[in-house]
Design a protein around this ligand. Structure first.
Ligand SMILES: [Cu+2]
Length: 631
């Protein structure tokens, strides 16, 4: 069973245990002795099962069970044991049973609302709440003529007296909870933002960390002006989309260069109200060119402009997109591709295929529906697959064997030929797929849609339909290609950071929210990760939640070390966006060689907007920008 499935099972068992204890209590209150005994047995049994599921989950990592082991299970254990003792003494067990139910429910609530790491304030609130509920239940049960909870109170003076006493009691119980919260300060979790370092540092400001001003010898300067504006874009099917565009196009104009060229892009904002920036996804530009609003620059408002300039030192497939209100801007069209070629153009077919979803319609490049191309047999083909959405896409290449030549722009070492395997591409990720065109049709199928996608057809050949690729196994890139030496020793890192991804109650942008959290906090209250130039930095990224989080660090590709404790055994795998699925634990490392203040966030952009974002800061580097950055 995967850890993600185990988490779901554990939630279900926790819910079941609470239900069983409450049902037992209700049966006692209704004076159904035999039923109560049966339900007590069931409650004890489910509680023991819960202990077992937590024990198995603990084997997958302490992050998954900390609050259960330290708080949830002890509370439930004490309350459950008390209930069993009460039952053994043949005493009426309403209060004891209900209290066990409260404890079981409180444990689940803590898991869903607070998660990891467990704080003293959370523990105190939970214990106070269970204690308060138990006292309240005792009070209700003790009231004459009000034995079954929920029954109408008797009329008359007596009832009024009880109502007053109950009110006083409620006040006391409520006070206990509130005081508990106040004493340790829920504030620990909900404390205000710690701003990014602004001034006072000893190092450079991000505004001084700019790209090269000239191409390498022999290179040329590639100048572009991109104008961000709203536009209605008509797709080949006739469908029209209200888009946010660069130059009225979706995707924006492709930017291409050869290694050594200078790329100079002037961004203008015509009428995009949110403001706009350009982030060069996966391209390790100098920090001042990174396009992170509020950190490396101010967002470009309507009427404004900003010039980006950097040298194309890395070959490969990349993309650019706005980083300002990107959960809206990128989704609605503010993106384009950046492809840098290593040498002279080869004579084959080189297709860049960004995949994007507009209102539920898959658009590949600038086309919806199916795209056919005639390709002579024997042609060397390179398909550059780019996922510009916030969710993963599944690609299947039918009709040929192929190699994955590059991942996230970086070449793999001796990638082997594969066939009948699907490729899952994380949000923001890129795969370069290469093959020699056979004398038969080849189909690129996206997300199982055999009617759409791309068809490559040899001259004179019609499409003959596509095999069902739904059952194809997924190619595991951690075991693909041939190992090679890493440029640093990741076993002895200079810095280690653990990022536990979850959902929970946290402050995001000054407001409490059911946030997407990192270590129990939301942006911008997540502490900066501080590194020094030259450090080997290691991340452990843990996903406690039930959704996939494509993790993306700006400015540095990371070397994948392991997933779920199992080391990567194929080609060195450098990624700038890696999918951490529910229950997964990834270990990655990089060397800090690109000074600056870098966003480090989930590339499911709505998640980033809901708090799942932090900064990696080089010691001493400062920024003059103060805005909270909600990518
Ligand atoms: Cu996410």
């Amino acid at each position: 069973m995967t850890t993600g499935q185990l988490i779901v099972v554990d939630h279900a068992v926790a819910l079941l245990s609470a239900a069983a204890w409450f049902a037992a209590g209700a049966a006692v209150a209704a004076r159904r002795a035999r039923l109560a005994l049966g339900l007590l047995g069931a409650a004890v049994l489910v509680t023991l099962v819960r202990v077992a599921t937590v024990a198995v989950l603990a084997g997958r990592g302490w992050w998954f069970v900390q609050e259960k082991v330290l708080l949830g299970l002890p509370m439930l254990g004490v309350a459950g044991a008390a209930a069993v003792v009460v039952a053994a003494r043949r005493a009426p067990g309403v209060v004891a049973y209900f209290t066990a139910g409260y404890a079981a429910a409180a444990g689940l609530v803590v898991t869903l609302v607070a998660g990891y790491p467990l704080s003293w304030s959370t523990a105190l609130i939970a214990v106070s709440a269970v204690g308060g509920a138990a006292l309240l239940t005792a009070r209700v049960v003790a009231a004459p003529g009000v034995a079954p909870p929920g029954a109408a109170p008797p009329a008359g003076d007596d009832a009024t007296g009880h109502a007053l006493a109950r009110r006083r009691f409620l006040g006391v119980a409520g006070g206990v909870v509130v005081a508990g919260a106040g004493v340790t300060g829920v504030g620990l979790r909900l404390s205000p933002a710690r701003p990014v370092a602004t001034g006072g540092g000893t190092g450079p400001s991000v505004t001084g960390l700019r790209g090269a001003a000239a191409p390498a010898p022999g290179g040329t300067t590639r100048r572009h002006t991109l104008s961000a504006r709203t536009a209605t874009v008509r797709l080949p099917s006739g469908r029209e989309i209200r888009a946010l565009t660069f130059d009225g196009r979706v995707p924006g104009p492709p930017i291409t260069a050869a290694v050594g060229d200078l790329i100079e892009v002037t961004l203008r904002n015509a009428d995009v109200e949110d403001g706009v920036t350009l982030h060069w996804h996966g391209y390790d530009v100098a920090c001042g060119e990174d396009g992170a609003p509020g950190v490396t620059q101010a967002a470009v408002a309507p009427g404004g402009e900003f010039r980006y300039r950097f040298r194309a030192d890395q070959a490969g497939t990349y993309w650019y997109h706005t980083h300002q209100a990107s959960h809206r801007g990128v989704r609605r069209g503010l993106y384009g591709t950046l492809v840098v070629r290593a040498g002279e153009d080869h004579n084959g077919l080189d297709l860049t295929l960004p995949v994007h979803t507009f209102d539920g319609v898959t658009v590949i490049g600038d086309r919806d529906g199916r795209t056919d191309r005639t390709v002579p047999g024997g042609t060397a083909v390179r398909l550059r697959l780019v996922n510009t959405d916030s969710d993963p896409h599944r690609f299947a290449l039918a009709g040929t064997r192929f190699r994955v030549a590059a991942v996230d722009g970086r070449d793999l070492n001796e990638p082997g030929e594969v066939g009948g395997a699907a490729l899952r591409l994380p949000a923001g990720g890129r795969y370069d797929v290469v093959f020699a065109m056979p004398d038969a049709p080849v189909a690129l199928v996206v997300d199982g849609d055999r009617a759409g996608g791309v068809r490559l057809l040899p001259e004179g050949r019609a499409d003959a339909g596509v095999a069902d690729t739904a059952g194809w196994p997924e190619l595991d890139l951690l075991r693909y290609g041939t190992p090679a030496a890493a440029p640093f020793d990741a076993r002895r890192p200079d810095r280690r950071f653990t990022l536990v991804l979850d959902r929970g109650l946290a402050v995001v942008d000054g407001r409490p929210a059911y946030a997407q959290t990192v270590n129990g906090r939301g942006h911008p209250s997540i502490p900066d990760q501080v590194v020094a130039g030259g450090d080997v930095v290691r991340f452990t990224v843990v996903n406690r939640s039930l959704t996939t989080h494509p993790w993306h660090l700006h400015g540095h590709p990371v070397l994948v070390l392991s997933r779920n404790g199992r080391g990567a055994s194929g080609s060195p795998l450098w990624m700038d966006t890696f999918d951490v699925r529910p229950g997964e634990v990834w270990e990655v490392a990089f060397r800090a060689t690109n000074p600056g203040i870098w966003m480090n966030h989930c590339h499911n952009l709505p998640h980033a907007h809901e708090g799942m974002m932090l900064r990696l800061r080089y010691e001493g580097v400062t920024t003059p920008f103060h805005g909270h950055h909600l990518g």
